[in-house]
Design a protein around this ligand. Structure first.
Ligand code: ZN
Length: 375
């Protein structure tokens, strides 16, 4: 059998256009029988299978709301929605959850490119991060987003310099794509990152919105091949082009999860979620990459916060924390075991066999779920 950590399909038809498939998990004795459903030319899996496979012990589907709960993990979503909450952290799915013949379905793409690497990061085969490439967006004549309190290029550089200091102190190597107010082409930034080994690429930006009300934090992870960017409505031909960054799909979403978790818990503010895009610095990167948007310069509240050094220090601390969480979640380093949450009862052979582990920040009660907040 091919030694791979990812789920891959084998065999079996069960008539009526539905194909029952065994996704065999290599490296483990267990085989789980997934039901595969074709809809509009796309593969889906029933949400019940997701619940069963990831050991969610309670599942409720009232109306079109989906609520799965396990020992330490809660998954909340909705039919016809692309929003998925994992212990309150917001993810934007590549395709909406759908309901076909009274069956709630999640795209197989989201299962394999989001749910699996996020819920079981320890299964990702990756080297521990030693070098962090910090990329301050824009620079020189390229101001980025502008505001009366300052411009994106300057705030991004300040955050990057603060993050550099924290990371250096912790013993990481740090490389900056720019350390002054100069213009650097996107292609040069990504080529610079690609020369580093055991490294990740962290790009720092601030947002601008057409509406003043738009505010909060969002984190971008490279869109997997064949899915639309979060902010575009339809698939285009270019969405199917292979990007070198897609070789890092599991690491990319794991890094984005670590980074966004740190941002939301440390910095706070409106959680706009983990989104997908094909920015050049992500698409052409051969090291895992993430792009964070640290707030909106067009939003009156965000703008004032961003112009405050304390806020930018919090962003820097979140970047630092995100790197640490990423390393730990991938099960590197001596203390990793205690930093991870074991899912399920450790006495159950089942949960042990699966080596199930999730992000330590995804403990229950770390986040306030949207419905809890209304109580
Ligand atoms: Zn920008």
């Amino acid at each position: 059998m091919v030694a791979t950590r990812s789920i891959f399909p084998v065999v079996m038809r069960c008539g009526r256009g539905c194909v029952a498939v065994l996704f065999l998990l290599a490296c483990q004795a267990l085989a789980f029988e997934w039901t595969l459903v074709k809809h509009d030319g796309r593969d889906y899996v029933p949400i019940e299978d997701v619940a069963k496979f990831y050991s969610f012990t309670q599942a409720s589907y009232s109306g079109d709301n989906i609520n799965l709960e396990g020992a330490t993990l809660r998954m909340v979503g909705g039919v016809n929605s692309r929003e998925l909450y994992l212990n309150g952290l917001k993810f934007i799915l590549s395709f909406p959850i759908i309901k076909v013949d009274d069956r709630i379905l999640m795209s197989r793409m989201d299962l394999s490119k989001l749910v699996e690497p996020v819920l079981r990061p320890a299964r990702i085969v990756a080297k521990p991060v030693r070098t962090v490439v910090l990329d301050a967006g824009h620079g020189g004549f390229d101001q980025g987003a502008q505001s009366i309190l300052g411009n994106e290029k300057d705030f991004a550089l300040d955050v990057v310099q603060r993050a550099r200091d924290l990371l250096l102190k912790a013993g990481f190597n740090v490389r900056l794509t720019r350390s002054a107010d100069v213009f650097v082409r996107l292609e040069d930034r990504v080529a610079f990152g690609n020369r580093q080994s055991n490294a990740v690429f962290v790009s720092v930006h601030f947002n601008a919105g057409a509406r003043e009300e738009a505010g909060g934090l969002e984190t971008y992870s490279l869109a997997p091949r064949g899915v639309p960017s979060t902010n575009s409505l339809n698939l285009t031909l270019s969405d199917f082009q292979p990007g070198i960054g897609n070789l890092r799909d599991p690491e990319n979403i794991a890094l984005a999860t670590a980074m966004h978790t740190a941002l939301i818990t440390r910095v706070g503010g409106n959680d706009r979620g983990i989104k997908r895009a094909r920015f050049i610095v992500l698409r052409d990167s051969n090291i895992p990459g993430v792009l964070i948007e640290g707030g909106f310069l067009t939003n009156p509240v965000d703008r004032v916060r961003i112009a405050t050094p304390i806020y930018r220090q919090l962003l820097a601390q979140a970047i630092y924390q995100g790197i640490l969480s990423y390393n730990r979640a991938l099960n590197r380093g001596g203390t990793s075991e205690q930093m991870m949450v074991k899912r399920g009862d450790a006495s159950e052979p089942d949960s042990k066999d699966q080596g199930a582990s999730i992000w330590d920040p995804l403990k229950p009660n770390v986040y306030t779920l949207p419905e809890d907040a209304r109580k």
